[in-house]
Unconditional design. Structure first.
Length: 266
C-alpha cells in the first residue's frame, strides 16, 4: 500500500504496461531484464525515480523492468585514497607540508547513492580539509611525535562526518611531513647541542665517580706502605704487555743503598 501511494496510480499503470511488454516479447526481453551483480557489488534500483524497497539488491541476478527501472552499481570493496600534500601552519607558526593515506569502504549503498553526488570525491575533499584543520591545532613537536594519535583523531572526525553518506573510514595514516630547510638546520643544531650537553654531563659524572674511587684507593694504599710499590710494578707489567717496547722507569734510591750495604757485609 505504501509503494502504491508512493508511485501513484499512473505509476502503477506504467509498471503494469512494462511488465506486459516483457511478457509479450518473452523470451527475448529476458536478456534485457536480468542483470548480474558481483559479490562485492550492490545495485540500487530506481523505479520511476524512487528507490525500490529502500535497500540495495544483490549479489546475484536481479530483475529490472524496461522503461520504468534504472539501477546504479556500488562497489563495496576497500578504497585506498592518497591525500595530496597539504600546506599547513602549525600552532607555533611553522609552515609544513603533510600528506597521508585514507582507507575507507561503503557499507550502505543506498546512502552513498541517495545522499551525496560523488561519494569518493566528497570523501577525498573532506579528508583534505580535516587534515588541515586537525594539524593546525598541533605544534610542530606534537606533529612529529604524535602521528598515531593525530591519525586516530582525523579518523574519528571523518567517521562522524561520513556516516550519513554510508562510508566507514577504516584507517588514516600520515605519510610524510616536510618542513623548510632552515627549520631542519635549526632542529639539527638544537639536537646536536642537546647531545653535546648530555655527553658533557655524562663525562663529568664519570670524573666524579672516578675521583671518589681514587680517594678510596689512596686511603687503602696509605694504610700499607708496601702496597704502593706493588701497585707500581703491576702498572708497569700491564703497560709492558700492551706495548712491545722498552720502558725506562726510575727506581727508589733507598733500594740501591740497601743493596750496597748487603754487598759490603758479604
Amino acid at each position: 500500500a505504501d509503494r502504491r501511494e508512493g508511485i501513484g496510480v499512473c505509476g502503477w499503470i506504467l509498471v503494469s504496461l512494462s511488465f506486459l511488454l516483457v511478457l509479450i516479447t518473452f523470451p527475448i526481453s529476458i536478456w534485457a531484464c536480468i542483470k548480474v551483480v558481483r559479490e562485492y557489488e550492490r545495485a540500487v534500483v530506481f523505479r520511476l525515480g524512487r528507490i525500490l524497497s529502500k535497500k540495495a539488491k544483490g549479489p546475484g541476478m536481479i530483475l529490472v523492468l524496461p522503461c520504468t527501472d534504472t539501477f546504479i552499481k556500488v562497489d563495496l570493496r576497500m578504497v585506498t585514497c592518497k591525500i595530496p600534500p597539504q600546506e599547513i601552519l602549525t600552532r607555533d607558526a611553522v609552515t609544513a607540508q603533510v600528506d597521508g593515506v585514507v582507507n575507507y569502504r561503503i557499507h550502505s549503498a543506498v546512502s552513498a547513492v541517495a545522499n551525496v553526488t560523488d561519494v569518493h570525491s566528497a570523501t577525498l575533499l573532506l579528508a583534505q580539509t580535516t587534515l588541515r584543520n586537525v594539524l593546525g591545532t598541533q605544534s610542530l613537536a606534537q606533529l612529529l611525535a604524535g602521528r598515531e594519535e593525530i591519525a586516530h583523531n582525523i579518523q574519528a572526525t571523518l567517521n562522524s562526518a561520513t556516516k550519513q553518506w554510508g562510508v566507514k573510514v577504516a584507517r588514516v595514516e600520515i605519510k610524510d611531513i616536510r618542513i623548510p630547510m632552515a627549520m631542519q638546520r635549526a632542529m639539527a643544531a638544537e639536537a646536536e647541542a642537546a647531545r653535546e650537553t648530555k655527553a658533557k654531563v655524562v663525562a663529568a659524572e664519570g670524573e666524579r665517580n672516578a675521583s671518589k674511587a681514587l680517594q678510596k684507593a689512596s686511603m687503602v694504599l696509605a694504610q700499607s706502605p708496601a702496597a704502593l710499590p706493588l701497585r707500581y710494578l703491576q702498572t708497569l707489567t700491564a703497560v709492558a704487555a700492551q706495548n712491545n717496547s722498552t720502558i725506562v722507569f726510575p727506581l727508589p734510591m733507598n733500594m740501591f743503598g740497601s743493596l750496597g750495604q748487603k754487598s759490603t757485609r758479604g
